[in-house]
Design a protein around this ligand. Structure first.
Ligand SMILES: CC(C)(COP(=O)(O)OP(=O)(O)OC[C@H]1O[C@@H](n2cnc3c(N)ncnc32)[C@H](O)[C@@H]1OP(=O)(O)O)[C@@H](O)C(=O)NCCC(=O)NCCS
Length: 168
């Protein structure tokens, strides 16, 4: 699996990536940072600016397209400078795998890569959040060493959110 920043040439492939989610009845595109509702050029500018200079609220963060050859398999967001309150509520890493490529081990590889980036950026502990009923994401996080932080469990949008910590 290869990881790189999105480029101009990815526009059509990313459109198709988003459409595959819609065709499977999914509305949210994890780690897409607003891609479905933005002009592609504006989205690229935002992603590059987030990586280069960041924002006062989030610090710097990186969105990776995750590929197998030319095919986009998933999107990965590594938010390695979040202040503690945001890290504790949204987590330092977000990811999604296109429906047709799930259960093939890709999210595990993506999270492992994200953890290596976090380590390289100087983090010692990475926080991951997921809804309690998201069996697939919870399994992915635990597989990568996530330890549940039981006391941080809360309700978000009527669902139970859980948080895991991974030492890197
Ligand atoms: C969560 C998600 C990224 C997992 O991607 P994936 O590539 O299918 O995950 P992997 O193949 O690496 O599997 C990782 C673990 O999860 C388990 N798993 C994956 N999908 C599962 C499912 N539907 N039900 C039960 N377990 C599942 C796998 O069996 C594996 O555990 P194991 O090796 O112990 O058996 C993917 O389902 C997805 O994109 N979902 C929508 C977006 C999302 O929820 N993102 C995370 C937000 S917190």
């Amino acid at each position: 699996m290869q990881f790189r920043l999105p480029e101009e040439k990815d526009e059509e492939a990313l459109k198709e990536y988003v459409q595959e989610h819609y065709d499977n009845g999914e509305q949210g595109i994890s780690a897409s940072m607003g891609l479905p509702v933005m002009e592609y050029a504006d989205w690229l500018t935002k992603i590059r600016s987030n990586a280069d200079s960041g924002t006062p609220e989030w610090g710097r963060s990186i969105v990776f397209v995750c590929l197998e050859g030319d095919r986009i398999i998933g999107l990965l967001s590594v938010r390695y400078e979040l202040p503690k309150d945001l890290s504790d509520s949204i987590g330092d890493v977000g990811y999604g795998v296109r429906p047709s490529e799930r259960r093939k081990g890709y999210a595990t590889k993506m999270l492992e890569y994200a953890l290596s980036v976090c380590k390289e950026k100087g983090m010692k502990k990475v926080i991951l959040g997921c809804y309690k009923d998201n069996i697939a994401s919870g399994a992915t996080i635990r597989k990568c060493g996530g330890i549940l932080i039981a006391e941080n469990e809360n309700y978000q949008e009527g669902k139970v959110s859980q948080y895991y910590a991974i030492e890197v």
